[in-house]
Write a protein that binds this ligand. Structure first.
Ligand SMILES: Cc1cc2nc3c(=O)[nH]c(=O)nc-3n(C[C@H](O)[C@H](O)[C@H](O)COP(=O)(O)OP(=O)(O)OC[C@H]3O[C@@H](n4cnc5c(N)ncnc54)[C@H](O)[C@@H]3O)c2cc1C
Length: 480
């Protein structure tokens, strides 16, 4: 008989969270901590969503999306998770750029970027200072008609090299383009510039294990291999979900599933106003990614000056289309030195990431798909030779992930790495107005994606849910 992953589940919860990405887990944790009865349902066999990892024989562990996040993670983890987790967040010191326009190493903060822009790039100090202040001063309510490209043109007219320095890492970090609203760039860029790039020491496996323990301590009922096929709603609002063929009732649903999948697959467009459906149809998915995971033989030593994060490109100019092209010219290498997992075996791993279009990987025959993956691996090793000479001699294990891999494991439509584009935010926020008790928390726009954005969006939505529950049960004394 197949195992029942819902064994022992109650028939009713105050909140059901669909999906255990960082937004879903954070919402669940806050609501559980506030004393609400919470069920967290994850279709995969482990928690974390895109914040995940995998093991291979020989003691190798690969992180999928642990490349870097802003210092704000420290505060968010301390407040909404625990000190133990927050204390493992450490700075990455060597951020490298290597492309036909410039090669440099930076700590990726305002002070060091000011030095680089004024000395190496010879930009007047006043322009640099005004640019940083403008970016820092941006917030959600600002004019959205100004694009990032126009913002750069205002402060650095005609300076393609400066645009590349300022934009390439952010495009890599969240798929944003020069055509996106400038506020999406300004907020994310300023978050990084505050204090540089940070990472979780111990690896994603350690982080998610600690988060899982915290969820348990807060009485969140966590279930893996539980695929929600339907969110049940009626005229009064959310009623429950159908998961693994069983109906479970609830007062609220927080969907951490892809926004478009939530609206069109889990609920169904007939349950929304026509105008809302039209608006939701306009929401574009963000791009996807390819990755190549390379584990070095035990004892391999790579000089740490090679970099922690290395933005490499052979493209003569910065162009968004080039960053997405199957004809890869840009790769971001993450170096995981043995200190990444200080308590594990002394291992070094390198992950190469490139933004990608789902369409370049769909419609291939199985043979073509395998050949394309092999080509991705070989060309990546070729590119890495420049930074780690004779790298093929040191590599013990190598494999690739494509947009199909991301779609398969997270159910993100078209393997979107960062959920939806900016217009998704308004649709996500409007869900409870359409269907009382229905919320979405997860990568939307550019601001609410990435590790920090997802966690912070989980916090915002948990507060909304808490308020709704408190309104319906005023006798409850505890809140978030
Ligand atoms: C290759 C790559 C590299 C990245 N690098 C970085 C980085 O360096 N720094 C950074 O900050 N961010 C990075 N990101 C982005 C970051 O990982 C994500 O933005 C963030 O983790 C998304 O969290 P989320 O809460 O939106 O949910 P997701 O991680 O998308 O998780 C959604 C969860 O919902 C589950 N689910 C979906 N549908 C159902 C269903 N019907 N029933 C049950 N469960 C369901 C999925 O299985 C999944 O677990 C990267 C992403 C990728 C792909």
């Amino acid at each position: 008989m197949p195992r029942d992953f819902l064994q022992g589940c109650a028939d009713y919860y105050d909140v059901i969270v669909i999906g255990s990405g960082l937004a879903g887990m954070t919402s669940a944790n806050i609501l559980g901590r506030a004393g609400h009865r919470v069920l967290l349902l994850e279709q995969h066999y482990k928690l974390g969503g895109l914040a995940t990892w995998f093991r291979r024989p020989g003691g190798h562990i690969f992180d999928i999306s642990l490349h870097g996040f802003p210092v704000g993670m420290l505060k968010s983890c301390r407040r909404y998770w625990n000190n133990d987790i927050a204390s493992r967040i450490v700075q990455l010191k060597n951020i490298r750029f290597d492309n036909p326009m410039f090669s440099l190493t930076t700590t990726f903060n305002r002070e060091d970027f000011t030095r680089l822009l004024t000395t190496d790039f010879q930009v007047p100090a006043q322009n640099v200072s005004d640019f940083f202040d403008t970016a820092r001063g941006m917030n959600f309510y600002d004019d959205q008609s100004l694009t990032t490209g126009e913002l750069f043109e205002r402060f650095f007219p005609g300076r393609e090299d400066v645009v590349r320095l300022l934009m390439e890492p952010i495009t890599y970090a969240n798929g944003s383009t020069l055509e996106d609203p400038a506020i999406t760039y300004g907020i994310v860029f300023s978050n990084f510039m505050a204090k540089g790039v940070y990472i979780y020491e111990g690896g994603t496996d350690d982080l998610i294990t600690r988060m899982q323990a915290e969820l348990k301590a807060n009485n969140v009922d966590c279930r893996i291999r539980c695929d929600v096929s339907r969110i049940e709603v009626d005229a009064s609002g959310v009623q429950g979900v159908v998961v693994n063929g069983r109906s479970i009732r609830c007062g609220c649903v927080v969907s951490n599933s892809n926004l478009n999948a939530t609206v069109f697959n889990l609920v169904g467009e007939d349950k929304f106003d026509r105008s809302f459906v039209d608006q939701a149809r306009q929401v574009r998915l963000n791009n996807s990614s390819t990755q190549v995971y390379m584990a070095m033989k035990e004892g391999t030593e790579i000089d740490e000056s090679t970099g922690d994060l290395l933005f490499s490109s052979t493209a003569p100019l910065f162009r968004t289309e080039a960053l997405l092209s199957r004809n890869i010219t840009s790769r971001t290498f993450s170096f995981y030195y043995p200190r990444t997992r200080p308590h594990g075996k002394s291992r070094t791993a390198i992950v190469s990431s490139t933004n990608a279009n789902f369409s370049d990987w769909s419609g291939l025959t199985p043979d073509e798909y395998e050949a394309s993956k092999q080509d991705l691996i070989e060309t990546t090793l070729d590119a890495l030779e420049k930074y780690v000479p004779n790298v093929r001699d040191y590599v013990e294990h190598v494999e690739a992930a494509t947009p199909h891999t991301f779609e398969h494991y997270t159910k993100h439509l078209s393997g979107a790495s960062f959920g939806t584009k900016f217009e998704g935010l308004a649709v996500s926020r409007a869900l409870p107005e359409q269907i009382p008790g229905l919320y979405h928390a997860g990568s939307v726009g550019i601001i609410m994606s990435g590790w920090l954005g997802a966690i912070n969006y989980g916090v915002i939505v948990a507060n909304d849910v808490d308020q709704r529950i408190m309104r319906s049960r005023p006798s409850l004394s505890k809140s978030c």
